[in-house]
Ligand binder design. Structure first.
Ligand code: ATP
Ligand code: MG
Length: 347
């Protein structure tokens, strides 16, 4: 099986290196790797954040392990040349429409959560966020009203097939976990949300074993802080999911801990930490590699059919934390490579 390695910018190469070490121990020769530049690194080398050879590798590979993109040197570039366009381009070109972000607190890190430890300990949920539609991709623009005022607009739209394919990922994810699905919308105000709710309810007939609930997004934001333990799987649109998943990450501890997957309809996927390129600490060996190591575990589980190997990695991360290893974001002073060493030792 071929893995595309896209280290990207900033701390991306540092954390991907550690994930690769872990994969080598757990999977050995079962995986092969090809690496390509992406983001600011690709712009500097080839004049484009997502060069054709990088996109081609992404299409050929069985899965993609992605570091991060974002480079302050590129801030002044036109929008289509900025590093961030690489990830948007990959999502669109490969139809990666389902972003899965598990938020789970390792018990050893209860003190790192933004919540009270007894509330934080109950968090073990997955947010399934749609990433190919919604207000991000509707018609948008800037115009002048007859009265001469500037007016910006972004059209929010979903068609029923777009809702159905993400709803299916939500139901299937719940089926593989504790069997509870909460669909989050704003159906009291938005037409897109009314359609969303109708389609989810129609599909629920195929999943009688799943306990389905519906929640307005404002209430969901409150409930995530008040009682996150009530959630198993949350399925929601692109905009609501963007906001709720960042919120959930801080409830679960450091940004340096949380992995993500973005999948197409065939479970092919791009795996990346939820954090960015962190230019403020790049090149200093301070970055926490665990989010990327846990992203590699997700890759084994979701795209490569290697659940046992994924379990091994997750258990090794827990063991390294239990042994007291902490990078700076977790209040310690362990370096990036040492954290990798600790996970390897636990394996
Ligand atoms: P993006 O727009 O790409 O999401 P961002 O602007 O949200 O990026 P990040 O790059 O995620 O920002 O960094 C936010 C803060 O978190 C920074 O102070 C950074 O140093 C810190 N940070 C991010 N990732 C890690 C990590 N793996 N280990 C330690 N600290 C991190
Ligand atoms: Mg961010």
């Amino acid at each position: 099986m071929l893995i595309a390695l896209f280290p990207g910018d900033g701390i991306g190469p540092e954390v991907v290196t550690q994930a690769r070490r872990v994969l080598d121990v757990v999977c050995g020769d079962a995986l092969s790797y090809e690496e390509a530049p992406v983001g600011g690194a690709a712009y500097k080398a080839e004049g484009h954040p997502l060069p054709p050879a990088t996109l081609d590798l992404a299409k050929r590979a069985d899965a993609i392990l992605f570091g991060a993109v974002g480079d302050p040197d590129c801030d002044a570039l036109e929008r289509h040349l900025r590093p961030e366009q690489a990830i948007l381009g990959l999502r669109k070109e490969l139809t990666l429409f389902a972003n899965l972000r598990p938020a789970k607190l390792f018990p050893e890190l209860a003190d790192a959560s933004a919540l009270r430890p007894e509330v934080a300990k109950a968090i073990d949920l997955v947010i399934v966020r749609e990433t190919n539609g919604d207000v991000y991709f509707g018609e948008k623009g800037m115009r002048t009203t007859p009265g001469g005022r500037r007016q910006g607009y972004d059209v929010m739209s979903y068609d029923e097939d777009e809702v159905a394919r993400i709803a299916r990922v939500g139901f299937e994810t719940a089926k593989a976990r504790r069997g509870k699905l909460c669909s989050v919308d704003k159906a009291n105000v938005l037409e897109t949300s009314q359609l969303w709710r109708d389609v989810v309810i129609e599909m629920s007939a195929e999943y009688p074993e799943i306990e389905l609930s519906h929640m307005y997004v404002d209430n969901a934001a409150m409930q995530l802080v008040r009682n996150p333990g009530q959630f198993d799987v949350i399925v929601t649109g692109n905009l609501f999911g963007d906001i709720l998943s960042d919120q959930a990450s801080m409830c679960a501890g450091s940004i340096g801990m949380l992995p993500s997957a973005t999948l197409d309809a065939e479970q092919k996927g791009l795996y990346e930490p939820i954090h960015g390129s962190a230019p403020d600490i790049a090149g200093q060996g301070k970055a926490n590699p665990l989010a990327t190591i846990l992203s590699a575990a997700m890759m084994l589980r979701y795209s490569l059919g290697k659940a046992a190997e994924a379990d091994r990695i997750e258990a090794a991360v827990a063991k390294a934390l239990a042994a007291g290893h902490r990078t700076a974001d977790l209040g310690g002073s362990v370096a990036t490579a040492q954290m990798g060493d600790a996970v390897l030792a636990a394996l």
